[in-house]
Design a protein. Sequence first.
Length: 269
Amino acid sequence: MDAAKVKVPEGRIALSTSSVYPLGVVDAFAMADRLGYDGIEVMVWTDPVSQEPGALRKLVDHYGIPVVSIHAPTLLLTQRIWGTEPWPKIDNSINLAEEVGAETVVVHPPFRWQRDYAAEFVEGVKQRGTETDVRVAVENMFPWRARQREMQAYLPGWDPVEIDYDHVTLDLSHTATAGSDALAMQAALGDRLSHIHLADGSGSFKDEHLVPGRGSQPCAEVLERLARDGYGGDIVLEVGTRKLTQEQRELDLAEALAFARLHFAAAAD
């Protein structure tokens, strides 16, 4: 395609540190540097580097790769990181983002058993948005399913479209698991769509986080729409590589980056 007839938006394509798990943050920076990613999303985890702004700034300086976003420890498996109370987790994540220059904090909605937290979640997130320049972007999730039963695990809900969030993260592995229409969700969110977790899924009840293009989700179409609309947010590859060898992990993350670069472009006006 003639380069003069293509426009590539300013949005960055970044690598989530979760994409190299069980390796740590240092390995994610090294991988992003070798493969040519534009930035890093730090999943706050048991790795102490993920919680330490000084260590992260040293990695940013060493590799010349910015931290574009912080994923707050609001997953089921990170419930004890930074204590057990939910709001300090988000506040600490915002503080960490401010200290390392990240523009976005990604959070999951509350679990249904966190009723007090859930009752004040929407307003609490909105209030924090007035106190910082960091975007707090709530991620779309999915119902939990087992043995043909479905449980609504999140409050006020797993679908952010009808909830009054200023900023939303669209995760395409989660749309697969939920059975959501990713393109319809993208259109409905409009300017509230601030952040992308790019991965794929086959529609399994399991949150698969496949390399984009290997599942059923319209990953290419979502990227092309973003490019057409001049999207300036960040696109983060959040791909599962836990069971792979180091060589195969690198090949998969190179393929994921190539897919994103290929499709995050639109015809010039």
